[in-house]
Design a protein around this ligand. Structure first.
Ligand SMILES: [Zn+2]
Length: 263
């Protein structure tokens, strides 16, 4: 109000009463822009109005800031998910959305939760897992759910398909950067490899896969191998040494032995 009375020359003053704040001095002044005359209103009302406008401004600024932060967080998560290379079809899968109607589903879910809850130890010990069972039983879903939990804990994780990996390695032979390419598959804290031992699996692929399993073993980094083979089939497919590597650090195999849930 001090500001106002300095700006506007008061012509006349009288006592007035505000319904809310009681008596105040109202001044008659000339509005400089229009030359019209007006009586000043209750100063307390005026202050309250200004305060409310300030609060509204602060509120909308805070809201705007929070919105930008949320957006940045989402974008950062999307970038992390992008680096994790989760197939678009499985992008929205989480542990929470995994169906646990059947006893077997509950069993693998409990193991997945245990793996996530003990992630720090599993990361340190390089504890791996094998998911085996028929297509459509949710192996990839569960693995993607684990990847997301690992990402949420601030660690790195990556999803790959065995063909994607072998293709990258074959390409690296031409580009002469095999070590660099292997390193890309070794550096994430957790690596999930899907479709191990698929029907086109060749001896060369088995060798390349062993190289990767060995490289991650040497770096004490865990991995999840997904296969449609049965456990015995996988044992036949994987090199003895690879199996030993996977068993090190207390690795476990989860058997997805129910009928496909895929419609
Ligand atoms: Zn008032």
């Amino acid at each position: 109000m001090m500001e106002l009375s300095k700006q506007f020359v008061s012509l006349q003053a009288e006592k007035r009463t505000c319904e809310k704040h009681g008596e105040y001095t109202s001044s008659l002044f000339t509005i400089p822009t229009s030359g019209e005359k007006a009586w000043s209103t209750c100063p307390t009302c005026m202050q309250e109005k200004i305060k409310k406008e300030d609060a509204d401004n602060v509120r909308s600024l805070v809201e705007e800031r929070n919105r930008i932060r949320e957006e940045a967080k989402r974008e950062a998560m999307e970038r992390v998910l992008g680096r994790a290379a989760i197939p678009p079809r499985f992008a929205d899968r989480t542990l929470e959305s995994f169906t646990t109607e059947l006893e077997g589903q509950q069993r693998v879910m409990r193991s997945a939760m245990r793996y996530v809850n003990n992630w720090q130890a599993n990361k340190k010990n390089g504890t791996s897992m094998i998911f085996c069972g028929r297509p459509g039983t949710g192996k990839t879903h569960l693995a993607v759910g684990i990847i997301k939990k690992v990402l949420e804990m601030g660690d790195t994780a990556m999803f790959t398909h065995v063909l994607e990996y072998t293709r990258a390695i074959k390409q690296s032979w031409a580009d002469r950067n095999e070590l660099e390419v292997i390193q890309q598959f070794v550096s994430p804290d957790l690596l999930v490899i899907d479709e191990v031992g698929h029907q086109y699996g060749s001896d060369a692929e088995r060798l390349m896969l062993f190289d990767l399993i060995n490289a991650r073993y040497m770096a004490a980094k865990p991995m999840i191998l997904i296969t449609n083979l049965e456990l015995n089939g996988l044992r036949e497919y994987l090199d003895e040494r690879a199996q030993d590597r996977l068993r090190e650090g207390g690795g476990t195999a989860l058997v997805f032995d129910w009928i496909s849930q895929r419609k």
